[in-house]
Ligand binder design. Structure first.
Ligand code: UN1
Length: 506
């Protein structure tokens, strides 16, 4: 019997399912994990109203005290890290080493923002006039509606939830509905950290219900900021919705992240980076490698080494520490990926479809045995060109495209030509190439001699173009998403002083 998990609103777990039910499945074993009791749009709006009512009281809690709550949440996550990582592995099939890393990212985020509670600085600003002082203050935005994807079911939510709460906002969090057990465990840790009822509400709902609920809540003036991590298509719709209410959402969307291999690159290092960012997490990161853009002079060497590395890697049971990747998150992700691959196959001969099996005690070499598990084959597609679907489309699965270039200008054009702008890497031993690449690539995040994925918790994270609207998460930069600047002027001259008109000009 699976455990039913409802939404959490106003400090209570709801037990009805007006939006239907959905069973989450362990994708490695194809066994049920938990049953999500889904909310309808009305419940979503209710949660926003609850958040609105709770926000004023939470904003009145001094920021350093809110920081202590964040610190406590981090401690609780740390104390429960093993159980939470194991649950991430079970419900979405993420290899345990990556799941542990993801939980660590939550702890890092809490430890970073706990201190920010004592640093939500404003400024004192000189006035044009005597006997007058100017000030600035950070003010919480109000209610933040946060909609996140299932590929990073705790780290990415923490990037929004932790700073939003620290800044004095109330939150309605809509996790991926196919990760109900993780969402419940994560919510409980936050609440145990000391959040008053109604300050964090978790709503389990499907995509259309969430769009409908968000639209209604915005119309009712119950949402002040939307944070969304997911596909560019949905992000565009959310951007339109928010724009109608003159809001600027935080959008973290897809990527088709390039990895340029210059002729002077350390090829083994480049192969290691391509393997991790292309096939790690089964290619299901927004920062996963899309196209390796390889200089013609080193193309054959790069391809043969990458091919050998893939053939030597273990793909299988995500509870094992040594697997390159485990199953796809769910049947829906596997189907979507296979559809993408079908599109590619009609244009290209696949270079090789390797390491197709899964690792089980009975099958240590990972031969394909027909046992359960939603595994996708690792695939390398050579000869990718600018017009190809694979060059322009985020595939969200284990496929690496390879394109060749002759000149640096061609490499930059290929790195930018797909319209995404999230993460980009260059492998080179010439600093000037690295600096020129950083200047000319349109990505929000650039790596030199490192893979496209694996951002740290205190650097700005986000993209441009089809990857987002330029908003940034993580580090101090995210504070500008969850607070608004308010200015104050205080005149103690005892007479009306008019700006510009009464300003002395020497
Ligand atoms: C995502 O896939 O939405 O840099 C985020 C990385 C991770 C975050 C990925 N820390 O790959």
């Amino acid at each position: 019997m699976t455990r039913p998990v409802g939404s959490f609103v106003g400090g209570k777990w709801l037990e009805d399912a007006p939006g239907g039910r959905l069973v989450s499945v362990d994708p490695a074993r194809e066994e049920p994990v938990a049953e999500a009791l889904l909310a309808d749009a009305e419940k979503f709006v209710d949660a926003c109203r609850t958040a609105r009512d709770a926000q004023r009281g939470w904003a009145a809690v001094p920021a350093p005290v809110r920081g202590r709550v964040v610190e406590q949440i981090g401690r609780l996550v740390e104390a429960n890290a093993d159980a939470l990582s194991a649950l991430v592995t079970r419900e979405i099939g993420k290899p345990i080493s990556e799941a542990r890393g993801e939980v660590q990212e939550v702890i890092d985020t809490c430890s970073f923002f706990a201190g920010e509670g004592r640093r939500l600085y404003g400024q004192t600003v000189p006035s044009e006039m005597p006997d007058k002082q100017l000030f600035t203050f950070r003010v919480p935005v109000g209610v933040a509606a946060i909609v996140t994807a299932g590929n990073f079911p705790v780290a990415v939510p923490s990037w929004y939830l932790v700073p939003a709460l620290l800044c004095g906002n109330a939150v309605v969090w809509k996790p991926a509905e196919y990760t109900p057990a993780i969402a419940q465990a994560f919510t409980e840790l936050f609440v145990r950290g000391g959040l008053p009822d109604g300050v964090l509400n978790t709503v389990l709902a499907d995509g259309p219900t969430t769009s409908d609920g968000l639209a209604r809540a915005l119309d009712a003036g119950l949402v002040d900021k939307i944070g969304f991590t997911g596909s560019s298509a949905v992000g565009t719709r959310i951007g339109e919705l928010a724009g109608r209410h003159l809001q600027n959402p935080c959008l973290e969307l897809g990527g088709k992240n390039p990895l340029v291999v210059m002729p002077d690159a350390d090829l083994d290092l480049a192969v290691e980076g391509a393997l991790f960012s292309g096939f790690g997490t089964a290619g299901q990161r927004c920062t996963s490698l899309g196209t390796a853009i390889v200089h013609a002079g080193v193309h054959d060497g790069f391809l043969s080494r990458l091919d050998a590395a893939v053939r030597g890697a273990a793909i299988g049971d995500p509870t094992r520490a040594d697997v390159l990747y485990g199953p796809m998150i769910s049947q829906r992700f596997l189907d979507a990926f296979e559809q993408h691959l079908g599109l590619v196959e009609s244009h290209h001969a696949l270079h090789g479809s390797t390491g197709t099996g899964r690792i089980t005690p009975a099958n240590p070499r990972g031969e394909f045995t027909g046992e359960p598990g939603l595994y996708a084959h690792p695939t390398i597609v050579d000869g990718v060109r600018e017009g190809d679907a694979l060059y322009r489309t985020e595939t969200f699965g284990p496929v690496i495209g390879i394109a060749e270039f002759e000149t640096f200008d061609e490499a930059v054009a290929l790195a930018n030509g797909h319209g995404y702008g999230l993460s980009a890497s260059i492998y080179t031993s010439t600093p000037v190439h690295a600096f020129r690449f950083r200047e000319r690539v349109s990505a929000g995040m650039v790596s030199v001699n490192n893979s496209t994925s694996g951002a740290e918790a205190h650097l700005p994270f986000g993209g441009n173009g089809r990857s987002g609207n330029g908003s940034r998460q993580s580090g101090i930069w995210v504070l500008d998403q969850f607070t608004r600047w308010q200015s104050m002027n205080w005149d103690y001259a005892g007479k009306l002083q008019k700006a510009q008109m009464d300003t002395a000009v020497l």
